[in-house]
Design a protein around this ligand. Structure first.
Ligand SMILES: [Zn+2]
Length: 163
């Protein structure tokens, strides 16, 4: 019982740390192309604008405003914008391991983590809680604070806006 309480606290702490940075990420709902004659679907995903620009008959835009299930975070194949998604258990595990090792290097990272901590995807305290606690400890000890600084996010964000 006590351990669960500690895990929840770490999760809420991490969410609160990520929130102000996560809101600065640019995201879009996923679309793909479908061949109106054969029913074939593109395996690449796009944002709505890029999908529209690529849809030449008989190909048309398919998809709806929802989080697509994924093992890794998807990006628009054409412009690179982060696509709204719901990460699998394995995907969340891998992302947490990545953040423990490398920290958060851009607003997109913060958005991805905030998204699964917020209940989108297959986050499970029993599976991921220990990694979240490890990550929060690391942030508090300053070992990845450099990656987590406001400046780091702003540089990435301005690079993104130049695109
Ligand atoms: Zn795009």
């Amino acid at each position: 019982m006590i351990e669960t309480g500690v895990t929840m606290t770490a999760k809420e702490t991490l969410k609160a740390l990520l929130e102000p940075v996560a809101v600065r990420a640019k995201t879009a709902y996923a679309r793909w192309l479908e061949n109106d004659e054969t029913g074939e679907q593109s395996k690449d995903l796009y944002c709505s604008n890029c999908a529209k620009s690529l849809a030449v008959e008989p190909w048309m835009v398919d998809g709806w405003d929802d989080d697509i299930e994924s093992d890794t975070f998807p990006r628009c194949k054409k412009c690179g914008v982060l696509l709204c998604h719901s990460l699998s258990e394995t995907g969340i595990f891998q992302e947490l391991q990545h953040y423990i090792e490398y920290g958060f290097s851009c607003a997109d990272d913060a958005w991805i983590a905030h998204n699964f901590l917020d209940g989108i995807g297959d986050y499970e305290d029993a599976i991921h809680g220990a990694l979240v606690k490890q990550l929060v400890d690391k942030l508090h000890n300053g070992r990845v604070n450099k990656c987590f600084s406001r400046e780091a996010f702003e540089i990435k964000k301005s690079e993104w806006n130049d695109d």
